[in-house]
Design a protein around this ligand. Sequence first.
Ligand code: ACO
Length: 325
Amino acid sequence: MSVIRSVVTGVGAYLPPKVVTNEDLAKFVDTSDEWIVERTGIRQRHQAADDQPVSDLAFEAAKEALEAAGKTAADVDLIIVATTTADLTFPAVATIVQRKLGAPVGIAFDVQAVCSGFVYALSVADGFVARGHAKCALVIGAETMTRLMDWSDRGTCVLFGDGAGAIVLEPGEGQGTTDDQGMLGFALRADGTKQDLLYVDGGVSTTGTVGKLRMLGNQVFKHAVVNISEAIHSAAANAGVEVADVDWFIPHQANQRILAGVAHRCGIDEEKVISTVAIHANTSAASIPLAFAHGVKDGRIKKGDLLLLEAMGGGLTWGACVLRL
Ligand code: ACO
């Protein structure tokens, strides 16, 4: 049976030039390179310049993804940006990126699911593309998480960084089998009762301020491995594949111990895990496309590979996606 799938045809990434190492942080935060590396695997993070809004990061990643797909801005008819650190309360970052790219009038909006944002955005874009409502979609994860840091809270400020990643999705004809290129299965989850574990203590309709990120890290950690593993198995079942069939596991890059714990629980070989947390820390919604682009650029991830994406973040929200490149 012939079906329309949404197929990834290009990936791109952007990290702002400023690098902040663990040693740099230890100069003004009561921490050490040893503690951060041992507990998280993080060695450095990138930080956007003061005059660099998140739309600039998204724009750079989008340009690279379009080039990789052999497309131009003129082709783009859908832009979805997953972000929790927008330039302005409105308009959406997606419409700012549309303007910066010079893309024609089309559909553009943001998705807010914190670190799970990219997986959520991908499933929304899949709906548009696979139903014939978009022919060239940009799905972008972009964040300036360092703007949300309380630099006196060592339990959070060492964990996050800034960056952006993007993919281009186009319709492709498949046979309705797991050999098809494109999105094969999703599992999305949210549990609003766990808000207090991870949130920002400000907002438009409460304090009128941006606020700072607050996290009970060890409690989030406890939920992470169990919840993500369940979503992975559900996404694989929805796709009709076995987790063991996956060629590359591209997790949200929050903490090396979570990555390893999820891989271990799901029986995924360590060599199949794309890990970039050491070089850019937790970039929230940007981390999956950043790791994706990294794996493509270094030649590990190839056309035809079966990929497993997963994330968990504030909300709590979490989810997983299985696709064939
Ligand atoms: N440097 C040195 N010591 C520190 C630091 C630091 N940066 N941060 C905390 N500590 C200390 C604590 O004060 C505590 O000291 P105490 O024993 O004297 O009280 C000790 O280290 C242990 O603290 P824990 O919080 O229990 O440490 P844990 O091993 O849990 O590691 C971490 C903390 C890294 C935050 C971990 O819990 C984690 O990664 N959690 C999950 C984070 C995550 O994935 N979040 C979801 C995505 S983010 C999003 O959605 C926006």
